[in-house]
Every structure is written in C-alpha cells, then in structure tokens.
Ligand binder design. Structure first.
Ligand code: NAP
Length: 259
C-alpha cells in the first residue's frame, strides 16, 4: 500500500534504537525525510547513516535529552516545520508506591507526559496552518491495564492519554490527527534489561526468563520494532485521516479484555 506521505518531514524522538527506531525506519521506507533524536550521539549517527543508506531519504540527527527544555529546543531548531511528530522517551523506573516522592513523580511527568505535550504545543499550530499533520505518541499497554510496579509510568502516561483525548478532537478539523500507540512486550534493549533483572533475581538464564514471559502472551512471542513501526507509519499515512484520538494496543493479545 502506498502510504501517500512521500516527501513529508517527520520528527521521531528517542529513535536510535527500539520502538522509535522501528517508527523512523518505517516512515523512511514510505519516503519521509526525518529528524531523529536520542541522547547518545554515536548510536544516533549510526542509525541515521543506516536509514539514509537504506531508504535514500534525508535524515538529520540531533543528539539531546528530549525530556529537557534545552534538548527540545535543539531538536525543534531542526524540526520546526515537520508534518509528522512521533513522541517517545525512556520509561520511568519500576518500584513500589511507598517509595515515590514528589520529585519522582515530577521526573516521570516531565519525561512521559509534559515532554510530548510541549512538543505538540510547538508543532501543532504549523500543522494546522498547513491543513495536514500527524502525531503519534508511544505510550504503553499500562494505560489500559496498569502494571503495578510501574506506578510512575501508569500515572504519567494516563495523564498524557487524557490530554490527547481532548486535544485530538480540537485539532481534527484542521486535518491533524493525534493518536497513541500502546506497546505490550517488544523485543528491544528495554525488554532485555527487564528480562535480565528477572534472570538475576530468580537464578535462571536470560533465555528462560524470556521463554516464561513469551508463554504469558497469547501470540507466544514478543512484538518486533518492525511491526510496531508499520503500525506507526499507517497512523501517519493519508489513509488514517479519520482515526482520531485512538489508543492502539500492540500486545499480541496480552491484555485480557473484550473491548
Ligand atoms: P529502548 O530499546 O531502550 O530504546 C530507547 C530509545 O530512546 C533509544 O534510542 C534511547 O537512546 C532513546 N532515549 C531514551 N531516553 C531518551 C531521552 N530522554 N531523550 C532522547 N532519547 C531518549 O526502549 P524501547 O523498548 O524502544 O521503549 C520505548 C518506549 O516504549 C519507552 O518509554 C518504554 O517504556 C515504552 N515501552 C516499551 C515496551 C517494550 O516492550 N519494549 C513496552 C511498553 C512500553 P539514548 O539512550 O541514547 O537516549
């Protein structure tokens, strides 16, 4: 399917690896020029080179922490007039409700709620003026079904989800859509790190920890960054103009509910 977005420009945040990289790759395959971002310049430059070589699109890497005002200012200098925004950043650490104080919540809100909102606040007006735009926020399955030890993430991401639910309906008349993609378990560095933690705690191998988690997913496997990126590219395509304010769960059936 031709996604109809060849020649558009996209900012894909936190995209040197993992799900963000999957989104960058899929948009590039559809002919979209990219501004890519991550904190580590080396991996980011490598990813930018690889995507440029594979897809022949223009790729501008901007290293910086997207959860800080300085980082965002640098990124926005290169991405002021993009047609497509994919927001993403690392997730807050796990823990127990009684451990978290105000500062922990402020950090989580800054990273996973207020950073995407700040980017939308800057980029939505240009998209609306031009009469076309797409925003996809990478959130988590925990928005639909909370993961108890990820209380900081549950709180910040549901806050973003509430903001999107209202805002998406305010900008839709200008041809701009905002939607969220909710990853379940995907095979990325983050999933490896979580499995490694389980392996160490329980005295089992990484492979055993992973096999145990895969068995708990109806699809009996982890998702891939490629599948995730394809869903993102579809939401950014001309064909998804009537998809407004939705939360698309990509979890291999792991979240058990009817609707
Ligand atoms: P990942 O494989 O660890 O990749 C994270 C990417 O984001 C890297 O490119 C990293 O590069 C960049 N990054 C992290 N923090 C950043 C920041 N503050 N500013 C700019 N770039 C940043 O992670 P992932 O699995 O793709 O996860 C992406 C998001 O989805 C996370 O919020 C995660 O919590 C959420 N999620 C993932 C899963 C899963 O199974 N993978 C499931 C549910 C939710 P640098 O480190 O160089 O900055």
């Amino acid at each position: 399917m031709d996604l109809g977005i060849r020649g558009k420009r996209a900012l894909v945040c936190a995209s040197s690896k993992g799900l963000g990289r999957g989104c960058a790759e899929a948009l590039a395959a559809a002919g979209v020029d990219l501004v890519m971002n991550a904190r580590g310049a080396e991996a980011l430059d490598r990813a930018a080179r690889e995507i440029r070589a594979a897809h022949g699109v223009a790729v501008t890497p901007v290293a910086g922490d997207i959860t800080t005002e300085d980082g965002r200012a640098q990124v926005l200098e290169a991405a002021a007039d993009v047609d497509i925004l994919v927001t993403n950043a690392g997730g807050p650490p796990p823990g127990v409700w009684s451990d978290w104080d105000r500062e922990d919540f402020i950090r989580a809100l800054d990273a996973n709620m207020l950073a995407p909102i700040a980017l939308m606040t800057v980029l939505l007006p240009g998209m609306m003026e031009r009469g076309w735009g797409r925003v996809v926020n990478i959130t988590s399955q925990s928005v639909k079904a909370p993961i108890p030890q990820l209380g900081l993430s549950n709180a910040a991401r549901t806050g973003l989800t509430g903001y999107v639910a209202g805002t998406a309906r305010q900008v839709a008349e200008a041809g701009v859509t905002i939607n969220n993609l909710l990853p379940g378990i995907h095979a990325t560095d983050r999933a490896d790190a979580l499995d490694q933690g389980v392996a160490e705690r329980e005295g089992i191998t990484l492979e055993e920890a992973r096999a145990r988690r895969e068995a708990s997913i109806p699809a009996r496997r982890y998702g891939t960054a490629e599948e995730f990126g394809a869903a993102c590219a579809f939401l950014c395509s001309v064909h998804a103009g009537f998809v407004v304010g939705q939360n698309l769960l990509l979890d291999g059936g792991g979240t058990n509910f009817t609707i």
